[in-house]
Design a protein around this ligand. Structure first.
Ligand SMILES: Cc1ncc(COP(=O)(O)O)c(C=O)c1O
Length: 470
């Protein structure tokens, strides 16, 4: 593609994305294609000869777009958000244009140094004390795996890296912890059996006394406790594990404390939500995702560590071909995680932070929390809807409950969710809480306004009435 064509299609696509962001609402939120439908429209073998970009774009609109689920739709209330913003898209465009790769400082000094600076801005924004050092990981799953590996190495004097496991090492997390903890435990070689799930209280938060009891049991059995993963903003219900008492237990027994604040960490930029991270200063590591709720397009996960030397000693490698003359005085982020090659993600984060400013981001997060509270309050006006967990952030867990037996309620709420989503105007997902089928509504899209939340309420009530007629 020559420069003029690149320019032509570039302008065209920026126009298209600008319109898309404004008009995402016209699409059904969740793609309606059937499994295999998109694949059946694509050739099984690669193109042999060059094709015109017009043709590629035509197929994009015709074949790909119907298979897109629209995460940027204002009716997106599913999972957790993965919101983006014009500023972040422009940062991403430049990053792709530069095509730079920041594996070591000299492969783009600006990529490394901008990352150091924006990560320290984020540290200040969420109120982590000075001294924590940040690195951008692709996802919270990767960050948690890195924490588990560093915890493993610190606990064994870096022995597992050298000779492998010589004893069972134990990891603790609440039974509401995200599945990425189990995945990390498996990948890091602890073995799934060595992940100890700790009971939770009525609000789905880890019970510190139960944690201490589990650690004591393990010590008596000759097992070695190594790491606790605490969650701030659990995936199912938004619960907050109490970091301070958990941190004190970790300190007492010399365990690594990793805090998974993937979704709710962003809320800590608000003074009124800072309580959620109270005790985070006990943490050896913490992760939160600007790619969830901070307007930065996927992927961008902010990972902080108290002692970066443990992390870099866990991951460091020194092949001759990567040595540079400045290694003693710069950060080489290749040693801060799993991958060698690294995308220039700091650029889009920098664009977002400068374009919105702290106050601009706070305003959006406050609006989302307010809309979630409004949804909860309005839904509760009808006594047949039950709120199943406290609403600390922007996630509301609810179900319809007219007193019929639990099994029937589970079936009814599942049908309700399917009917609501089939409208194409909103998209919510589910979980189970104490065995109850639970509908989750999360507000987190940049463009979601009160009218979208009211529309969600209307749809829920209308579909409930329709189902009750059968
Ligand atoms: C609490 C929590 N931790 C971790 C993750 C995994 O996030 P990622 O997709 O960045 O790996 C999620 C995803 O929703 C989450 O809710």
């Amino acid at each position: 593609m020559d420069k003029e064509k690149f320019r032509k299609y570039g302008y065209e696509l920026i126009d298209w994305v600008a319109d898309y962001l404004e008009k995402a609402e016209k699409y059904p939120v969740k793609s309606t294609v059937q499994p295999g439908e998109i694949k059946s429209k694509l050739p099984p073998s690669p193109p042999v000869h060059p094709e015109e970009m017009d043709q590629v774009l035509e197929d994009f609109h015709k074949i790909i777009m119907p298979g897109i689920t629209h995460w940027q739709h204002p009716g997106w209330f599913a999972y957790f958000p993965s919101n983006n913003s014009p500023a972040s898209i422009l940062g991403e465009l430049l990053s792709a244009g530069l095509g730079t790769q920041g594996m070591v400082w000299q492969t783009s000094p600006a990529a490394t140094e901008l990352e150091e600076v924006v990560m320290d801005w984020l540290r200040q924004m969420i109120g982590l004390p000075e001294g924590y050092a940040g690195v951008i990981q692709d996802t919270a799953s990767t960050a948690t795996l890195c924490a588990l590996l560093a915890a493993r190495e610190r606990a064994t004097g870096f022995e597992v890296n050298e000779v492998g496991f010589s004893q069972a090492l134990r990891v603790y997390a609440s039974r509401e912890a995200h599945s990425s903890v189990e995945k990390g435990v498996k990948i890091a070689g602890f073995g799934k059996k060595n992940l100890v799930y700790i009971p939770v209280d009525d609000e789905f938060a880890l019970i510190p006394g139960e944690l201490e009891r589990a650690i004591e049991n393990d010590l008596r059995a000759g097992l070695k406790p190594v790491c606790v993963v605490a969650t701030v903003g659990t995936t199912s219900s938004g619960a907050v594990d109490p970091l301070k008492p958990i941190g004190e237990i970790c300190r007492k027994y010399g365990l690594w404390l990793h805090v998974d604040a993937a979704y709710a960490g962003t809320a800590a930029i608000l003074p009124e939500k800072r309580w959620a991270l109270e005790g985070a200063d006990y943490a050896d590591s913490l992760v939160f995702n600007p790619h969830k709720w901070m307007l930065t397009n996927f992927d961008c996960s902010a990972f902080f560590v108290k002692d970066p030397q443990v992390l870099t000693r866990t991951f460091e490698i020194h092949p001759e071909y990567l040595k540079t003359g400045v290694d003693a005085v710069v950060k080489n982020y290749r040693d801060w995680g799993i991958q060698l090659g690294r995308r220039f993600r700091a650029l889009k984060l920098w664009f977002v932070l400068r374009s919105y400013g702290l106050e601009g981001i706070k305003k959006i997060i406050r609006r989302h929390i307010h809309l979630a509270e409004l949804f909860r309050d309005e839904l509760q006006q009808d006594r047949r809807y039950e709120i199943l967990a406290p609403v600390y952030f922007s996630l509301v867990c609810f179900r319809f409950n007219d007193g019929r037996p639990e099994e029937e309620l589970n079936r009814f709420n599942q049908q309700l969710l399917e009917a609501v989503n089939a409208t194409g105007r909103v998209f919510m997902t589910h979980t189970t809480l104490n065995g109850k089928y639970t509908i989750r509504l999360v507000v987190g899209q940049r463009t979601t306004e009160e009218r979208h939340v009211r529309q969600a309420l209307e749809i829920i009530k209308q579909k409930t009435a329709e189902l009750l007629q059968f």
